[in-house]
Design a protein around this ligand. Structure first.
Ligand code: DOR
Ligand code: ZN
Length: 465
């Protein structure tokens, strides 16, 4: 074998089966992994990176972020979100289509790709949106390269009208032919609007009132309906940002009878329960909301420890402090907006769960690297540590204990309920296709360094390892 471009030594290499035994080095040439083995068995390299016993993970894939560009660049843009991703240890992002304009046609998708090609520091993909208006765009969006589709069943930022059940069911038959997956914002809109009106009429206006106006049954009903539609169309379905154990249980039951359904949850649903609203007010306002202790614990039990959740993503949803009303976080919740940033807190949160013994290292890798890549057709180029695949690494120091000060974040928005949280572990180095994009507290990549990842077929989520 020829000389390598770089060699990463003294790392603890983490795979879906856990850490590799012994002294394992990873060699990189031309942006791909060229060799994995004992240092003595590998050729020499131009550059040797000593990881000093830290974890070397496959690069983290975040399949749920709101980049806000085009259209809402005062909240975030492709440069700021990917700078934050690099600093947080995230090597690939999949962008949500509730931009302005929404990503409803191939031309608009190509526009997103152009912007990201120009502005992004890490690798990327994007979903297309499916609304009441554009069900004719299913195949054209697939042909234009989309990672998959998003349907907003519950109204949220962007106020995008979803297809009705008939349109949706019919569109899902067509999606089943594309090899792609459709993901849903899983909330029943009739239930939401009924309780929002009732809550407002009763003069209840705290952040907890907003949360309670979106009951678990709204999520569970939507998950049940889309699981059933998947079963009857063969269309692969993904549940974005599951917040409750009740909903995760429906997913697990669907998988058990062979339905191709997958689900994601977010660090905030695993970390917090609804007590967060008394502490953080509208800084923690999000849709779907953070749930009761019982639902959170059940999400761990049937979701993470059972089959109800496949992957973790952030729902990184930047808004300005002003839009969230953070000059008074306990002010009227109906004048606030839902969502907060996440790409710089997901690795620390997951590392902390590992440190607490809630999660094994192998499970972390499956949730955060392998399965999101498989579900959205990016595997094995992304999400794996195999010879011939992209040399994307997230290096984590598991021992460092630290407290988040949101002013240190790299996004335009720094609103997060994790402000002040105590973590154990953080990303110390991020590598995308062999290039170190973040190290020693500095973002080293430039806009334009990120590349679009080609999309292959999704997998059968009922048989996902
Ligand atoms: O809280 C949320 N904010 N939930 C969503 O589903 C959308 C997101 C946003 O785009 O701000
Ligand atoms: Zn979202």
């Amino acid at each position: 074998m020829d000389e390598l471009d770089s060699l990463f030594v003294n790392g603890r290499v983490i795979t879906p089966d856990g850490p590799l035994d012994g002294d394992v080095a990873v060699g990189v040439t031309d942006g791909t992994i060229a060799a994995i083995g004992t240092p003595a068995s590998l050729p020499s390299a131009d550059r040797v990176v000593d990881l000093d016993g830290q974890y070397l993970l496959p690069g983290v894939v975040d399949c749920h972020v709101h980049t806000r560009s085009p259209g809402d660049e005062h909240k975030e843009d492709w440069t700021t979100i990917t700078r934050a991703a690099a600093a947080g240890g995230v090597t690939t992002l999949i962008a949500m289509p509730n931009t302005d304009p929404i990503v409803s046609t191939p031309d608009r998708l190509r526009r997103v790709y152009e912007i990201a090609d120009r502005d992004a520091l890490v690798d990327f993909q994007s979903y297309g949106v499916l609304t009441a208006e554009n069900t004719a765009q299913v195949t054209p969006l697939a042909e234009a390269g989309a990672a998959g589709y998003k349907v907003f069943l519950g109204t949220t930022f962007g106020e995008i009208e979803p297809p009705n059940d008939g349109q949706l069911f019919d569109a899902m038959k067509e999606i089943a032919e594309t090899g792609l997956r459709v993901g849903f914002h899983e909330e029943n809109d009739d239930i939401l609007s009924f309780y929002e009106a009732e809550t407002k009429a009763a003069g209840r206006n705290r952040a907890l009132d907003h949360a309670r106006s979106r009951p678990v049954v709204a999520e569970a009903e939507a998950v049940q309906r889309t699981t059933l539609f998947s079963e009857h169309t063969g269309c692969p379905v993904h549940m974005f940002h599951l917040s409750s154990g009740t909903a995760a249980e429906i997913v697990a039951r669907g998988k058990a009878r062979g339905v191709n359904v997958s689900a994601e949850t977010c660090p905030h649903y695993l970390w917090f329960d609804e007590d967060v609203y008394a502490e953080k007010g509208n800084a923690a306002r999000v849709q779907p909301p953070i749930r009761s202790t019982a639902e959170r614990d059940r999400l761990w039990e049937v979701g993470i420890d059972g089959d109800g959740v496949d992957c973790v993503a952030t729902d990184h949803a930047p808004h300005t402090d002003e839009e969230k009303g953070l000059s008074d976080p306990f002010g009227n919740t109906w004048e606030s907006i839902s969502g907060f940033v996440g790409v710089e807190t997901e690795v620390p949160a997951m590392a902390t769960f590992v440190d607490e013994g809630r999660l094994s290292l192998g499970e972390w890798i499956r949730l955060h690297c392998v399965r999101p890549a498989k579900l959205w057709g990016l595997y094995p180029q992304k999400g794996s540590l195999q010879v011939g695949t992209d040399a994307d690494f997230t290096v984590v120091d598991p021992a460092v204990e630290w407290t988040l000060d949101r002013r240190s974040l790299h996004s335009k928005s720094t609103a997060t309920p994790f402000d002040g949280a105590r973590f154990r572990g953080r990303a110390t180095m991020t590598v995308v296709r062999g290039s170190v994009v973040y190290a020693e507290g500095e973002v080293l990549a430039s806009p334009g360094d990120g590349e679009r990842v080609p999309v292959g077929e999704t997998v059968d989520a009922s048989a996902l390892e």
